[in-house]
Design a protein around this ligand. Sequence first.
Ligand SMILES: Cc1ncc(COP(=O)(O)O)c(C=O)c1O
Length: 392
Amino acid sequence: MTAPGGRPDPLVERMRPYRSSIFAEMSAAAVRTGAINLGQGFPDSDPPAVVVDAAVEALRSGHHQYPPGAGIPELRHAVARHQLRRYGLEVDPEDGVQITMGASEALAAAVLAFCGPGDEVVVLEPYFDLYAAVVALAGATLRTVTLRPPGYTVDPDELRAAVGPRTRLVVVNTPHNPTGHVATLSELEVLAEVCCDRDVLVVTDEVYEHLTFDDHRHVPLASLPGMFERTVTISSAGKTCSATGWKVGWASGPAELVQSVRAVKQHLTYSGGTPFQHAIAAVLDDVEEVVADLRAALEHQRDLLCDGLESIGLEVFRPDGTYFVTADVAPLGAEDGLTFCRELPERAGVAAIPTQVFYADPDDGRTLVRFACCKRPEVLGDAVERLRVAFR
Ligand SMILES: Cc1ncc(COP(=O)(O)O)c(C=O)c1O
C-alpha cells in the first residue's frame, strides 16, 4: 500500500481502515459552513458550578504534578463508594479501581490487556467507533451482534451465535451510544447467561450511567450473578458532570482483571489530569444531586429534538438515555445516511452523524442518522427550524 505521492504508507496496515473518524469529518464540515453541530456529543453549557469550583480549588491547592499511576487515592475510594452505594458492587479501592484518561483509555487498555491475535471480541452494533479501532490495534477480530430499531434490544439467538470458542471478550455498552437504549434486566440476564456459559471476559462501557430518562434505570452487568468476577466496569465523569474535556475515567472490578488493565494503562499515559481527579473525587459522593438538573434538562432537550424531528417527518427512535437521538431520514427521500450527512451542513446548516458507520455492514443502518440532544434548547430549536426549511 502506498500513500499519495508514491511513498510507502507509514500507517501500520491494521489501522488503515481507522485513519479518519466521522466525528472529525462532520465537525470540520460544521466549522467550515457555520452549521449547528449536532454531530459530536458534547454539551454546549458549562458543568454544574460545584464541579467547576472543585477544580478551581484543586488548582489553587497545588495539585499540578503527576498523580500516582493508579490514580489519586481520594478518587479511587470515591469510585469504590459509588459502586457500592449505587449498585451493591464491592471493589477494592487499591487494587480494584484504576483511574484513566477518560473511559477511552480504560477501554483501550482493557482490550489490549485481554486480547491478541486469534481472539474474537464481540460487540453490540451500532458501536462506539473506538471499540473497532482498539480491537484492530490489539490484532484481534471484531464480531458483532446487531441491535435493530425500534427497540434496539439484544437478540438472544444472535448473541449465542456470535459468542463462540474463539471469543475472548464481550463488550457491552449500556446506556448505549448511538441508540440511547438502556438494557433491560431481561437483556442483561441473557448477556450474563451467555457470558457465564461460554466463560468469557466482559468489559462494560457505562459512561452514560447517570443520564437515563423517564423510569429507565441503569443496571451494571457486573451486578448480575456470576458476572462480577469476569467483568471490568468502565465509566467516566465526562458525561455525568458535563465535562467531557476533563477526561477523568475509571475501570473497576476484581483485582486480577483491574491489575491487568493497570499493567497496560501505565504504558499508555502512565497518569494525568491531577486537578480534575481531585475535583471529581470531591463531588462523586453527591453525584445524584450534582447530575439531577443536568439529567432533567437533557430529558427536556431529548423531547424537544424528538418532537421537532418528528414534526418534520423523520421516523424517530426516542432514546431511554444518553446524549443522542437516532432517526430514520428515509421519509425525507434520503437513500443513504452518509451522503445525507455529508450534504446536510451546506443544505440545512446542521451537522449530524450517519449511524451506518457504526455497523460492520452499513446496510444495517443505511438511512439512520444520529443527532446530539445535549445542546441548549434554543440551539436545538434553531436546528429543527433549519431542517424544516431545508426539507420543506
Ligand atoms: C459509549 C462511549 N464510551 C466512551 C466514550 C469516551 O468517554 P471519555 O470521553 O470519558 O473517554 C464515549 C464518548 O463519547 C462514549 O459515547
